[in-house]
Design a protein around this ligand. Structure first.
Ligand code: ZN
Length: 217
């Protein structure tokens, strides 16, 4: 980090530069912050596809593409942080801790599915099973999950398996901080879906579609 950038950052952190800055008559709001959590990594490959594709690699590729799209097409609409930027294993509790430190407006955890039934296919989005739908984070999580399912189904023609509830640690330990969803991006045990995920152009499209599904209030 250059010295000048560091100085600006320090001024920002200590509150000399306000979070809201006046631009003309309008007050411009600060950017929304998103944490993307590519599952698994390192010695934990996650699911392994019938074409040897590894879940840890696909989810990282999609997360990195989301970073790129945000910079280019969305002109840095969001501040996006990843829980991992490389092929390393980070514990679930560390991922949750990072989210709780960053205090984002949304957490999206990315995974790939697997089944002993080779015909099982489709996309699923999970929210925490003990979610309080009266709380803001609970309400927003369910809304976001439904919207992602709808968008990926309509825009990409994915078979959708609906919004589901599960006691996933990364959701459980972050729901008091922000809306949190976990996307299962198709079955690596299904030939059609794993072949789809093997193509770079599909990864790019999928990353953009997820990014465009984000609605944060
Ligand atoms: Zn997984």
């Amino acid at each position: 980090m250059g010295n000048l950038k560091r100085i600006w950052m320090v001024l920002f952190v200590v509150g000399i530069i306000p979070l809201y800055s006046a631009s003309g008559q309008q007050m411009q709001k600060v950017k929304k912050v998103i944490v993307i959590d590519p599952g698994h990594g390192g010695i934990d490959s996650g699911a392994i596809g019938i074409n040897e594709l590894k879940e840890k690699d696909i989810v990282l590729e999609i997360a990195m593409e989301m970073l790129k799209w945000n910079k280019t097409v969305l002109n840095n609409r969001y501040d996006i942080y990843l829980t991992r930027y490389s092929d390393t294993l980070i514990s679930l509790s560390h991922r949750a801790k990072l989210v709780n430190i960053v205090q984002p407006d949304l957490l999206i955890s990315l995974h790939g599915n697997h089944s002993v039934n080779p015909k099982a296919k489709g996309i699923e989005v999970f929210v925490y099973n003990n979610i309080d739908t009266k709380s803001k984070n609970g309400r927003q999580s369910v809304k976001m999950a439904n919207y992602i399912i709808k968008q990926l189904g309509e825009k990409l023609g994915y078979r959708t398996r609906g919004v589901k509830k599960e006691n996933f640690q990364v959701l459980r330990e972050t729901i008091n901080t922000c809306p949190a969803v976990l996307i299962e991006l198709g079955f690596l045990s299904n030939k059609d879906e794993v072949d789809y995920l093997k193509k770079e152009q599909n990864i790019n499209v999928l990353a953009l579609a997820i990014l465009m599904s984000i609605k944060i209030k």
